[in-house]
Design a protein around this ligand. Structure first.
Ligand code: SF4
Length: 364
């Protein structure tokens, strides 16, 4: 019997699976069963008429709409993940919950890894069968495990995006322990503090990171959109678009997934940050999502990681110099970013495709 993990009160727990998954070519056993959509369409009435609970397995190339009429009678919908990075099952889950109001069990099966668990819950799943035999404990994985799993899955198609800011050293150190040659994408906007540029050099050397890539805005975009380097005074969204969004999108084109350093304790939208999220056909891993400031400080102390020089001057979050201010002791970590304006996001996590949902949190 495969491992089945259910989420109960926000925690993963091993569960007994009362259902037998039945292949199309085998006979129907006694008890509760999960069958393919095609088989349900042929034999569903008979199976339900026998008084048993029936579940239906939906492959990635099948439409949940074909099941809409029968949903109130179906106990389990098992959505198949054919590949780790395939996002169709997430969309199907959201459709079943939100459009069709499905209240039965939604189960993820196939190539499902534990790192997807939190994102699955957000999409409406109740349970999953992990392909790697994960235990419930592993669903609350240490950041190092999350990074290892991402590296094992994506290999050279995985990047890490870092601002080399106030809290960047922890994620960079964790990643260096797993893959020192991981491509690290650093947005050198042309507006960074000199201390950040120095820190980027020193930290990369100390951690042995061998592939830090400096992403700079395109000359033609600056010439047209910000010839005097003062766009930040009048239109911060446009400035961030030229100096951050365009260069990052171009660099990420060659990757299938990326690591970010965002955390829930930063508050705001980030309080609902999942460990894994999907955006624009790529998976984004947030290995530090669950860590508190205390966790970060303890890790940095244990590994003797140097602070960004501006931390000592009251900067808990550090971006471009025109848009970053120090914060009073005890103040919100990110309140010094675009202080005095409504802006909280630089735009790199904002959906590019019309109608697509943005990911939470606005900066790296
Ligand atoms: S943070 Fe400020 S200076 Fe940096 S790209 Fe955005 S608007 Fe421009």
């Amino acid at each position: 019997m495969p491992t089945l993990i259910r989420w109960v009160d926000g925690r993963a727990a091993l569960a007994e699976d009362a259902f037998t998954a039945v292949a199309d070519e085998t006979g129907i056993p006694r008890g509760d069963v999960i069958v393919s959509l095609a088989r349900f369409q042929q034999e569903g009435e008979r199976l339900l008429g026998e008084g048993r609970s029936v579940g239906v397995r939906i492959e990635a190339n099948e439409a949940v709409e074909d099941l809409a009429y029968d949903l109130p009678r179906i106990a389990v919908v098992a959505l198949v993940f054919p590949k780790y990075r395939q996002g169709q099952a997430y969309s199907s889950a959201a459709l079943l919950r939100e459009r069709y109001g499905y209240r039965g069990e939604l189960r993820a099966v196939g190539e499902v890894l534990r790192e997807q668990a939190r994102f699955m819950v957000r999409c409406g799943f109740d349970a999953f069968e992990p392909a790697d035999g994960s235990t419930p404990e592993q669903c609350h994985a240490h950041p190092l495990e999350i990074i290892r799993a991402a590296v094992e899955t994506y290999g050279d198609e995985l990047a890490l995006v870092s601002s080399f800011g106030a809290e960047s050293a922890v994620l960079l150190h964790l990643a260096s322990r797993v893959k020192p040659d991981i491509p690290v994408l650093f947005l050198d906007t042309g507006m960074l503090f000199g201390q950040t540029l120095d820190y980027r050099q020193q930290l990369a050397a100390k951690l042995g990171l061998t592939d830090v890539r400096d992403l700079r805005p395109r000359f033609e975009d600056l010439a047209v959109g910000d010839p005097n380097a003062d766009l930040w005074k009048t239109d911060t969204d446009a400035c961030c678009h030229i100096r951050k969004v365009i260069p990052l999108d171009a660099a990420l084109g060659g990757f299938a997934g990326w690591l970010t350093g965002r955390k829930r304790f930063h508050g705001g939208d980030r309080m609902r940050l999942p460990v894994v999220e999907e955006a624009g056909g790529k998976l984004k891993f947030n290995p530090l999502a669950n860590w508190s400031k205390t966790d970060l400080d303890a890790y940095a102390a244990e590994h003797d990681l140097p602070d960004h020089p501006l931390v000592a001057f009251g900067y808990p979050s550090i971006g471009c110099w025109p848009c970053t201010s120090p914060v009073e002791e005890g103040g919100d970590v990110r309140s010094g970013r675009w202080a005095g304006s409504q802006k909280t996001e630089c735009g790199i996590h904002t959906a590019r495709a019309p109608g697509a949902a943005p990911n939470v949190g606005g900066d790296i």
